[in-house]
Write a protein that binds this ligand. Structure first.
Ligand SMILES: [Mg+2]
Length: 424
């Protein structure tokens, strides 16, 4: 086989549903929270990119709006060489310029999976990384009103539990609709519970009402020696001026840029002096290619990049960059067994996924390196769409006929979008 002749022959999206136990939603339905006895069903997708050599790249975790963007790219992708990730990143970005460009991420990740499988190497090796311990922080579910993480004392108890398990860092996702005094009590109470040696962060995920509330919690973070203060208030996490102003009034480092997209916007935030820690995520910021660009740009400014959310792809990236600190393990809760679908075999980002020192490691298999439980996926599959030539999936349900030409042939029914954010 010549690497020059490798081509993308088909694209597939599989959708499955899974149900979480003891998980509900908060007052405005946007945040997952603990709720005893509740069952929350979510829809999730897998992007599969098939090639002329029979190697398939997979991305798990597809969502509706991003999938719609990827559908716009299928006609472009079929016939391209899947190893030409840089060109595909650049072209896809332009093709999606009127949208948020998140469609570039899953495509790039699937292409990296193809490359890793082709060269029989885990992605962190492809990236020049090192097999090393990745220190994890316990990233909580949001505060609830249901007796789970319902009070500062319950957060403090959970932080203590995580410390005893080996975690060296703990991040609070607090409440969105309560008095700001409860947020401040939470910041001070968790610090008092775990002592000075645990790194603490708080992520209001843009729920605080205004700058005054933000400043009040920021000053509590100063008092409690927090590691970072993330996306605090309802500017949406996008205002460079507001966060430059905030930085001048508190001591705690700010983490911004989770809610902006791709390299250029991240660099603009940095040069505007509007963040201390830089946020990037492979699923939103152009895949592994896009995230490595942001990591390198951040390194050039002498700053650190912190990856948004867990998953095997982020373990690979974190194994391959110097200027980073913590792996986000979440969302976790003392009374919720998991907030993830059981889509992977022998892989977990649940509460007990760390070793006794609070670390996780990148997978060692080729490509993304984690085996998908296809029997489970097919048993829970609810929808499928294909473009180009796609192998017989041996489905467990009746598939509508699909075209076998490279032309776009969207056979999917409307995918309902689950708007509950896995906001981490
Ligand atoms: Mg966040």
């Amino acid at each position: 086989m010549s690497l020059n002749n490798l081509t993308i022959t088909g694209i597939e999206m599989l959708w499955f549903e899974h149900t979480l136990e003891n998980v509900g939603v908060d007052y405005n339905t946007f945040n997952m929270v603990f709720e005893a006895g509740a069952r929350k069903t979510s829809r999730e997708g897998i992007l599969r990119i098939h090639t002329s050599e029979g190697i398939t790249g997979d991305h798990v975790g597809l969502r509706g709006p991003t999938a719609e963007q990827i559908k716009m790219l299928t006609g472009y992708l079929i016939g391209k060489n899947p190893l030409e990730r840089e060109k595909i990143y650049q072209d896809s970005k332009r093709g999606l310029r009127h949208f948020d460009m998140t469609g570039t991420g899953p495509v790039d990740i699937a292409l990296w999976d193809i490359a890793g499988k082709l060269f029989n190497a885990p992605l962190y090796r492809m990236l020049g990384g090192t097999h090393k311990a990745l220190p994890a922080y316990a990233s909580t579910l949001h505060g609830d009103e249901n007796g789970g993480l319902g009070t500062p004392q319950q957060f403090a108890d959970f932080a203590q539990q995580c410390k005893e398990m080996g975690y060296k860092a703990f991040k609070i996702h607090g409440w969105g609709n309560g008095p700001i005094s409860r947020e401040i009590a939470n910041v001070l109470g968790v610090r008092e519970a775990v002592g000075p040696e645990i790194a603490l962060m708080i992520d209001p995920a843009c729920e605080y009402e205004n700058f005054a509330e933000t400043l009040a919690v920021g000053r509590a973070c100063d008092e409690a020696g927090f590691f970072w203060f993330e996306d605090p208030y309802k500017d949406g996490g996008v205002s460079q001026f507001a966060h430059r102003k905030l930085r001048g009034m508190i001591k705690t480092p700010i983490l911004q840029t989770e809610h902006i997209r791709l390299l250029e916007q991240h660099v603009d935030f940095i040069v505007a002096d509007a963040t201390d820690f830089v946020r990037a995520g492979a699923h939103e910021d152009g895949g592994i290619t896009g995230t490595m660009k942001i990591a390198a740009a951040t390194e050039g400014f002498g700053l650190d990049v912190e990856l948004h959310g867990p998953g095997p792809v982020h373990r690979h990236i974190m194994s391959a960059i110097r200027n980073t600190n913590w792996y986000e393990l979440g969302l976790i809760h003392p009374m919720v067994r998991t907030t993830k679908s059981p889509v992977y075999l022998n892989y977990s980002d649940d509460l007990d996924a760390i070793d006794s020192d609070g670390n996780v490691y990148a997978p060692e298999g080729p490509g993304i390196g984690v085996e998908i439980d296809w029997d489970w996926v097919r048993a829970h599959q609810v929808d499928r769409a294909t473009w180009g030539v796609v192998p017989d999936p041996r489905p467990t349900y009746v598939v509508p006929p699909v075209a076998s030409t490279p032309a776009v042939s969207d056979e999917t029914s409307e995918v309902s979008v689950d708007i509950v954010e896995d906001e981490v």
